[in-house]
Design a protein around this ligand. Structure first.
Ligand code: DER
Length: 252
């Protein structure tokens, strides 16, 4: 099975297992989610599914929903919050990830720079279902995705966040490095996210000991100027991973 076929099979299996008619579905960002939207369109055309409303997690995700002529429900649309009382107004969100640690289902996200709105949508979802090919799977987080832990920051806060990170973490992480994510192609200068922010990648090329990750997450998200970090610890309810042996569904 090619990587693209594995992503497509995982995406379709997640829709079959978790998406029902008359529900609100969060749509993640990245390349795997493209197969989810494509399949939802197929099932709606076939009448297998009806009456879905889809909540985007980025400009890319919003474009996918619009281009597939699906019912878009923006995060700031009052209709999203009209019926429910608590915060969990989305029935299921399906999203990709850059790394999935099994069996705990902790994730590294943000490789595509969309993790802030992905986190926002996940926070109001009853279930977060991750779809990926086998190459994303590991037993110890931060051993597969080694471009650094993504940290989205308000542009003016770039240097102060870096200083706070060093003060808080360099005793435990002596090799501490922070890199401002550059566009690389299509535009000179740093990546600017859908929220008008920059991205710092923490410790590119390093493997952070798993026991430190919860402390790193809470330290990072407490720094003024940080909007979010790409450590989604204990948030996913399930992951569907496809390898040459087929689809494996892991539940927490
Ligand atoms: O940036 C993100 O968190 C995306 O979900 C991304 O990491 C997943 O991308 P992929 O589906 O292209 O691997």
């Amino acid at each position: 099975v090619t990587v693209e076929e594995a992503k497509r099979l995982a995406a379709r299996a997640a829709v079959d297992q978790f998406i029902e008619s008359d529900t609100i579905v969060g749509i993640g960002s990245g390349s795997t989610i493209v197969y989810v939207v494509e399949y939802l369109r197929e099932l709606l055309d076939a009448g297998t599914l009806r009456n879905l409303r889809l909540v985007p997690t980025s400009f890319q995700s919003r474009q996918l929903i619009l281009d597939a002529q699906l019912n878009l429900l923006d995060l700031d649309h009052p209709g999203l919050f009209a019926k429910a009382t608590g915060p969990k107004v989305i029935d299921v969100t399906i999203d990709g990830a850059d790394e999935i640690a099994l069996p705990c289902l902790s994730l590294i996200k943000g490789g595509g720079g969309c993790h802030t709105q992905e986190l926002m949508v996940a926070s109001i979802s009853k279930r977060l279902v991750i779809v990926a090919d086998q190459s994303k799977v590991t037993e110890a987080l931060n051993t597969v995705y080694l471009k650094g832990i993504p940290v989205e920051v308000v542009p003016a806060a770039r240097l102060l966040v870096e200083r706070h990170i060093h003060a808080a973490l360099e005793a435990k992480l002596p090799e501490l490095q922070v890199a401002l994510r550059q566009c690389g192609h299509g535009k000179a200068g740093p990546v600017v996210t859908d929220n008008g922010c920059f991205i710092l990648d923490l410790l590119p090329g390093q493997q952070i000991p798993g026991a430190l990750l919860p402390e790193i997450q809470s330290t990072l998200t407490a720094i003024p100027g940080v909007t979010s970090c790409g450590l989604f610890l204990g948030m996913a309810s399930a992951a569907l991973v496809c390898s040459s042996d087929g689809i494996v569904t892991c539940h927490t």
